[in-house]
Design a protein around this ligand. Structure first.
Ligand code: ZN
Length: 128
């Protein structure tokens, strides 16, 4: 398993990590699991060609789960916890001939919901 460190720069941010993940693929064929070990960040696959898609995704998540909404959690970041659960903490990608078998317009995004912070991403590959 590989641990990758990334530093986010905003409270809400979608970071395209496709190239980082691809650089850390150490097998020719199989699957890669990209896992985010945080409760206020997640990972998702969506369009990376048009950057406005990630912007719209963050914007709409903000509307769906506002910062302040009579939450009980005392830390004051319940919006981030809920958004992270909606997005999820892992994605699985097929690896073919040493490359990620993503769709033409797809990219992998680290989704920060309570930054800026130092974060980690775990990548585990399995041959098959
Ligand atoms: Zn919290």
């Amino acid at each position: 398993m590989k641990r990758i460190s990334i530093k986010t720069t905003q409270r809400k941010q979608a970071v395209d990590i496709t190239n980082i993940v691809e650089k850390n693929i150490d097998i020719q064929n199989g699957i890669a699991v990209v896992y985010v070990p945080h409760t206020t960040a997640g990972v998702t696959i969506n369009e990376s060609y048009d950057k406005d898609v990630a912007f719209d995704l963050l914007n709409r998540l903000e509307e769906l789960v506002p910062y302040s909404n009579n939450y009980r959690h005392l830390e004051g970041n319940s919006d981030a916890h809920i958004q992270a659960s909606l997005i999820g903490s892992n994605v699985t990608i097929i690896i073919k001939d040493g490359k990620l078998k993503l769709g033409r317009w797809q990219g992998i995004f680290f989704m920060e919901f309570d930054g800026p912070r130092n974060r980690e991403i775990y990548i585990k590959t399995m041959e098959g």
